[in-house]
Design a protein around this ligand. Structure first.
Ligand SMILES: Cc1cc2nc3c(=O)[nH]c(=O)nc-3n(C[C@H](O)[C@H](O)[C@H](O)COP(=O)(O)OP(=O)(O)OC[C@H]3O[C@@H](n4cnc5c(N)ncnc54)[C@H](O)[C@@H]3O)c2cc1C
Length: 382
């Protein structure tokens, strides 16, 4: 394990890496995407997790060594996400959330908490969710208002979380709450809240693309003292460390979607007849695709560098993660937009692959810190 709780990546072999990425892309397209399309998102989460576990990918995001659990190599997670999102953006989300929500338990949880939850989450038997955002507090997460008040030996949670991925299918919510009457990040603790806790209710929210997401109301939800993850009032730091690991992966997933849109577009413009030749004969089209190719390569270099920096516990890892997420998600949006443009009307037809990618890629510039938040982080070193 590395200093930050992730697993060191294996020595790099380019041929092996390409074969691995290709196998994951095929698995995502042939197995996972059909599951995603077979029903509504909350119902398909379980079957997708079962397939991801069988294929061995859950062992790579949440490896287990005897009784010790870690988060997989951040670099490897980026590569997996890039390949998964190429074949199935929905599968990328299902895969990632199990690791993202587990980070707090891996890095700060008690032995009992890990034993109870990490094995089922790792094997897909339980679904985990990460509950930070609230109706009144998103980007400025340190201002969160859901309260945790001591009651006897335990705590009572009161308030609302929203935009929570997996809300409907979650068995457990890693919930960030204000446990001390101190403003800002200093008063925040992390709690493990089982979804069947009395007083906890979920309201689904429909998004632009099929994403399992919802609002979670905590109406005096009582949890025992053992629900506290790590030290009291250290929860915000844990939430931010989670983003150091997983933000580069958002960039990687966005680039996976963009690569798919790009490949579809190259095929399309080479065969689409217009003006006595093909669209590819037009310099304006070729240059736009060349720009997209540069963005794809540059984005992946930044993403992989951020993954490496995390895995080597570099002091630059937060900056690198913000840089990678910012560049890769902004570039991916431009590339998918160009893909729609060069498909013409067909690119806007409901059900066309670039149409669905256009809707899917949009959220990556907002979740885990909007682009402007990444720019704030990047600008701190200037
Ligand atoms: C698909 C999806 C999945 C999500 N999953 C989860 C989840 O599992 N768990 C969870 O806790 N949350 C989740 N979220 C919530 C997400 O993290 C928030 O949406 C995000 O942090 C932004 O918060 P907000 O939506 O409240 O926007 P606001 O904070 O209201 O910001 C609105 C906009 O203002 C701009 N802005 C914000 N800050 C700055 C700044 N400092 N400078 C300049 N401009 C700024 C940005 O353009 C931003 O998009 C998810 C969101 C989406 C879309």
């Amino acid at each position: 394990m590395t200093d930050l709780g992730t697993t060191a990546p294996a020595a790099f072999d380019l041929e092996q890496h390409r074969a691995d990425a290709e196998a994951i892309r095929r698995f995502a397209a042939d197995v996972l995407e059909p599951i995603a399309e077979s029903g509504d998102a909350p119902q398909t989460t379980g079957p997708m997790l079962a397939a991801l576990t069988e294929f061995g990918l859950m062992d790579r995001i949440l490896p287990r060594n005897g009784q010790t659990y870690s988060i997989g190599s951040a670099l490897d997670i980026c590569r997996i996400r890039n390949a998964l999102a190429y074949g199935s953006p929905a599968a990328d989300s299902v895969f990632t959330m199990q690791g993202l929500a587990s980070f707090a338990l891996v890095s700060a949880g008690s032995d009992d908490q890990r034993r109870r939850w990490l094995e089922p989450v790792r094997t897909g038997a339980a679904v985990a969710a990460f509950a930070l955002t609230e109706p009144d507090v998103g980007s400025d997460a340190a201002a969160l208002g859901l309260t945790a008040t001591r009651q006897g030996d335990g705590w009572v949670l009161r308030g609302t979380k929203t935009w929570i991925t997996n809300a409907q299918s979650a068995d457990v919510f890693i919930t960030f709450a204000r446990s001390a009457d101190v403003p800002g990040s200093k008063g925040v603790s992390a709690f493990l809240v089982p979804a069947d806790s009395p007083g906890l209710t979920v309201t689904p929210i429909e998004m632009i693309s099929p994403h399992p997401i919802g609002r979670v109301d905590f109406a005096d939800v009582a949890v025992p003292a053992t629900a506290l993850i790590g030290e009291p009032e250290r929860g915000f730091a844990t939430a931010m460390k989670t983003f150091d690991v997983f933000r580069p992966g958002v960039g990687a997933a966005a680039l996976g979607m963009a690569q798919r849109a790009f490949d579809e577009t190259v095929e399309r413009v080479k065969t689409r007849k217009a003006f006595g030749g093909t669209l590819f004969d037009k310099q304006a089209v070729r240059h736009a695709l060349a720009r997209a190719a540069v963005d794809l390569e540059a984005g992946m270099l930044l993403v992989e560098e951020a993954g490496r920096k995390y895995d080597s516990a570099s002091p630059d890892r937060t900056q690198a993660a913000a840089t990678a997420k910012y560049f890769a998600t902004e570039a991916a949006q431009r590339i998918v937009d160009a893909a729609v443009q060069f498909h013409g009307a067909q690119g806007l037809a409901r059900g066309h692959v670039v149409e669905s990618l256009y809707r899917e890629v949009r959220a990556t510039r907002i979740y885990e810190g909007a682009s402007e938040v990444q720019l704030d982080i990047i600008s701190r070193r200037l």
